[in-house]
Design a protein around this ligand. Structure first.
Ligand code: ADP
Ligand code: DP6
Ligand code: CO
Length: 329
């Protein structure tokens, strides 16, 4: 370490949005490398909407790798964190900060320890893809810190080893995770299908039905589906596969079902559909309105049945604050 003083910290902060799959990933063919049994397609949210902010810091004064998630220390001993750290460290380059008089060589990175602080601005482990934003942000921030030269697709294959859905958050817009064929996972990565300007009239509204941690994590849920669901091989709808799992996994609840009914009824009463809906592994609704006008109308309809902070619904998260204002929240 070419720094005279021990009192230096070198850090990078990154922010990464979450992504919501429209064709869902559900099931792995390799649990360690996180290789899926199907391709998936998602929509990355606007960075001002649901996102993770992660700061990664390195200093010769740090004696072990440590991480804090939402201000609480968590263990980094799990294989997923270790895979991401190992893969990024293996690609680290020399980094120099002349102002601070710091030079960290490739070899130094293997010996230096990291402190990582991450914060999700939305509920964690509640079915809004916190693992996606979280591990994508981690891979990206570590890559920046260590001046890793890999492009987004190559970084996506590293983020994938933290959480499968994370590989898709390295890109904005519409993204495909190509399942790949290789046993070593080298071709299982994300590519951008269309950038964020594509269909930029669409407005995403999140109805947080419950911000509680889900009972069945995505990881264990999909593992049980692979073992027991006969529907899975037909790539049938994700929630149908969950119900077909033994014992069945209930991610949606009564409120989720009622939100679907409201959307369906409204769409049928109009000439063209106004809103699409999708649910990840949890009861929270991701509603995609065709434009701002539809979004305002949608929120007003939902508010009528489900006021925020009621027994049935916790809150609405709307990326565009002016739409929230127009709708009266
Ligand atoms: P979700 O539906 O929110 O993605 P998962 O069960 O798939 O729920 O994943 C939740 C797990 O993801 C958390 O328990 C934690 O291990 C990890 N995670 C969530 N947020 C972050 C983050 N910001 N940084 C790193 N890991 C995170
Ligand atoms: C329903 O990526 O959270 O959101 O790879 O085990 O971490 P692990 O699972 P995760 O699963 C996401 C499942 C989903 C669908 C999707 O995002 O494609
Ligand atoms: Co997840």
């Amino acid at each position: 370490m070419a720094s005279e003083s021990q009192n230096w910290v070198f850090m990078v902060t990154a922010q990464t949005p979450t992504n919501i799959a429209v064709i869902k990933y559900w099931g792995k063919r390799d649990e360690t490398l996180i290789l899926p049994v199907n391709d998936s397609i998602s929509l990355t949210l606007d960075p001002s909407h649901l996102c993770t902010t992660t700061t990664v810091a390195v200093s010769s004064a740090f004696h072990q790798d440590r991480m804090w998630l939402n201000a609480k220390e968590i263990s980094l001993s799990g294989g997923r964190f270790q895979s991401c750290l190992r893969e990024i460290r293996a690609r680290a380059c020399d980094v120099e900060d002349e102002n601070k008089g710091i030079k960290i060589t490739k070899e130094d990175w293997a010996k230096l320890h990291l402190h990582i602080a991450s914060y999700n601005n939305f509920p964690t482990a509640a079915g809004l893809a916190s693992s996606a934003a979280g591990f994508a942000c981690l891979a990206y921030a570590l890559g920046k810190l260590m001046d890793v030269k890999e492009d987004e697709s190559q970084l996506s294959a590293i983020a994938r080893q933290g959480s499968g859905s994370a590989c898709r958050s390295l890109f904005g817009g519409f993204v495909k995770w190509i399942m790949g064929k290789e046993d070593n996972g080298s071709d299982s990565l994300a590519v951008q299908l269309a950038d964020e300007k594509h269909w930029d009239d669409l407005v995403i509204v999140i109805a947080v039905v419950s911000s509680r941690q889900k009972e069945t994590s995505s990881t264990s849920g999909m593992c049980e589906s692979v073992e027991t669901s006969l529907l899975l091989q037909h790539r049938a709808k994700f929630h149908a596969v969950c119900l077909d799992t033994s014992p069945p996994i209930f991610y949606m609840n009564d409120t989720s079902h009622r939100i679907i009914s409201i959307a369906e009824k409204w769409n049928r009463s109009e000439e063209a559909p106004q809103v699409a809906y999708t649910f990840d592994a949890g009861p929270n609704a991701v509603l995609i309105a065709r434009n701002r006008k539809a979004a305002t109308s949608l929120i007003q309809r939902l508010l009528y049945y489900f006021p925020p902070n009621s027994d049935d619904l916790s809150s609405y998260i709307i990326g565009d604050k002016s739409i929230a204002k127009d709708a009266g929240i």
